[in-house]
Design a protein around this ligand. Structure first.
Ligand code: SF4
Length: 177
């Protein structure tokens, strides 16, 4: 039987969800027998590939680059998983929303800078007015809450999907089993 094609992507998040993925430890070996990691911060693939079976998406949509990426992921993925509270609700990434883009940039690049205080004008993606959850832009198939979701939760989700089943994330949370 051919292996599934698995991808992970990191958008407007802190990478904690990806750290939690690594916390699956030896279960990663079991996963590697069933799936090939075809795109991820863990591997060196430059372009998001076509025909991906499962993509885990960490982080909210906070800027134009995130938006472009998540649309590309959606167009090339059979099952899109919203991984972690930033992806599911906006969470920490959306804490800036009440201040507005101008105020946030000024604070980050001018008021708190110790060197060369200035708001960069080139080579950075434009911030969207608000950081928003993934499902406000593209269809999400599975939601995995948690900040971050713990390793057993991620393992359960992937095991179920790889077995061709829909994981029941309402039952399996870090406060559940
Ligand atoms: S859900 Fe938590 S751990 Fe995951 S990216 Fe957001 S802040 Fe980081």
């Amino acid at each position: 039987m051919s292996k599934a094609r698995l991808a992970t992507i990191w958008l407007d998040g802190c990478s904690g969800c990806h750290m939690s993925f690594l916390d699956m430890d030896e279960h990663l070996v079991t996963l590697s027998e069933q799936a090939d990691l075809v795109y991820s911060p863990y591997v060196d693939t430059k372009e998001f590939p076509k025909n991906v079976d499962i993509t885990l998406v960490e982080g909210a949509i906070g800027n134009t680059e995130d938006l472009e990426k998540v649309r590309k992921v959606r167009a090339n993925t059979r099952i899109l998983v919203s991984l972690g509270d930033c992806a599911v609700t906006g969470n920490v990434s959306s804490m800036r929303n009440t201040f507005g883009v101008e105020r946030v940039l000024k604070h980050a690049y001018e008021e708190t800078a110790t060197l060369n205080a200035q708001i960069p004008k080139i080579d950075i993606p434009l911030l969207l007015e608000r950081a928003r959850p993934i499902h406000e832009f593209v269809t999400v198939d599975v939601f995995v809450p948690g900040c971050p979701p713990d390793a057993p939760t991620i393992a359960y989700c992937l095991d179920e999907l790889l077995a061709g089943r829909t994981p029941d994330m309402n039952k399996y949370t870090r406060f559940g089993k």
